[in-house]
Design a protein around this ligand. Sequence first.
Ligand code: PLP
Length: 402
Amino acid sequence: MKTHYGTYGGQYVAETLMKPLADMAVAYDEAKADPAFKREFDEILRDYVGRESPLTVCRRLSAHLGGAQIVLKREDLNHTGAHKVNNTIGQALLARRMGKKRLIAETGAGMHGVATATVAALFGMPCEVYMGAIDVKRQAPNVARMEMLGAKVHAVEEGSATLKDAMNEAIRDWVTNCDDTFYVIGTVAGPAPYPEMVRDFQSVIGVEARRQCLEKFGRLPDQAIACVGGGSNAMGLFAGFIDDADVRLVGVEAGGKGLATGEHAASINGGRLGVLHGAKTMLLQTDDGNILDTYSVSAGLDYPGVGPEHCHLHDTGRAEYSVINDDEAVAAFDALCRFEGIIPALESSHALAEAIKRAPSLPKDTILLVNLSGRGDKDMENIMKWKESRRSASGSSAKSEG
Ligand SMILES: *Cc1c(COP(=O)(O)O)cnc(C)c1O
């Protein structure tokens, strides 16, 4: 089992969870070596998720920008509309293999909760999802989806009633029920072996994209760009290209209203070293170590930390991490709608915004591969509200100027 990435990672958990984590690591190593496990995983990805997901060249958008070609890896076309289901299928298969009867998860924006509830239904397992009470209110459609799929959603009232509190409650449940319960973590975070396991399950994104690039263009992309919340869609993409030294790996964090405002979710660019969710990593915290609530126009980038492997890739320079603010992400969202007829998730719009920034100054034969981690249907209400608040803000400032 890989426990550390440089100085990051590890297993900062209660003593009672050391044995369950060790058992999980052994079971995962056995599963990885078992061709039947891989076969079943691949079969579900094909027949249920609809893989492989295509590559789409953004012809009109690239021509408009007048530089590099922007190419999308279409995780938005997966069943459930995002990449998260790749991972929940892998973990549910492992849970079943370990004889666990019950799945639990925590969720912030609700997307991981929906992905877990989906596989719980598929596998006929009971599922309970912990979600901060504030998020339950903010993300009502996802709560309805989880319940429709048969999951029980617990509204967590403790602390600030958001994701970090939901994580604490999920871990508490796991400590109590670890004999029969599997804790499904939604990103490349948490104690070992989760970061490695989740990356491996998501690596299908990068492995497919690499092969598709070679087939379509006869060469690899120049840059592989993905948004980073906890970092699972990015690690999944990067995994396909990590040994290709010429492919630049670019992670994009959510800058919210700007790093200087403190209202953001950029753990690598704006956080400090600490311990969260059982691992040592970069995270957003106060001077005395309290975890801060994150802010971004895109609710799915709300994880207050980041996967330990990203911190290490940042330190070694193998990957670079930039920041995109709300305004830039929404502009990229609009551009993809208008130029390509694709409504992207606001999370994915951060990665796209970075490509849009880079493309004009690059030669036309440069390929920027962007992971379109999800579709934007879930963001409609949010984006309409955001635009409305922008309109009224500019309206009132115009008035005060006049
Ligand atoms: C959850 C989510 C993300 C962020 O999670 P990562 O673990 O960083 O990938 C990004 N895009 C979409 C569409 C999501 O649902």
